[in-house]
Design a protein. Structure first.
Length: 166
């Protein structure tokens, strides 16, 4: 089944519609969601992408993320991705929008945050593993290149830290 996404300008106004594949091939800006999860200890959940993934296989990133289907909004997409990738429902707090323009990934990313301790049932096709990490440790790992993080995640995490004063 072909997945369609809205193309948008840098101000996030819808200017067209295309396939996800074409959006990547033609470097068209489109919408993505990233959902961050903090547990009751204040640790952030991260996922290691499956080696089967076409982009950034084996990289660490947000625990749930995905493309906004044409005609959908950010929040309904975030709820869908949480359910599909981690099998949870949760109340979401909107953190804000970041732009991640890397290679063919021209993305306006809306960030959401929720609190959840699990359990999580992961989609093994997309996720190799998940783990909670202390915020300070995560900052050090990004700064020192301890793990490979997706460029989008680094922007998302930076925005979270700015907005929440972490």
């Amino acid at each position: 089944m072909t997945e369609y996404v809205d193309t948008v300008d840098e101000n996030d106004n819808v200017i067209g519609k295309t396939t996800k594949k074409e959006a990547h091939q033609k470097k068209l800006i489109h919408r993505i969601v990233h959902i961050l999860i903090i547990n009751s200890e204040g640790d952030l959940l991260i996922q290691k992408r499956s080696m089967n993934m076409s982009t950034y296989p084996g990289y660490w990133t947000s625990p749930a993320a995905g493309h906004v289907t044409s005609g959908d909004d950010y929040e309904e997409t975030a709820h869908r991705e949480l359910k599909e990738e981690l099998s949870i429902n949760a109340k979401l707090e909107k953190i804000g929008l970041v732009r991640s323009y890397e290679d063919e990934h021209m993305q306006n990313i809306m960030i959401f945050l929720t609190n959840h301790n699990g359990p999580f049932k992961v989609d093994d096709n997309e996720i190799e593993k998940i783990e909670f990490v202390k915020i300070g440790k995560l900052k050090r790992e990004i700064r020192l290149y301890v793990r490979k993080f997706s460029p989008a995640f680094e922007r998302v995490f930076k925005k979270l830290c700015e907005v929440k004063g972490l």
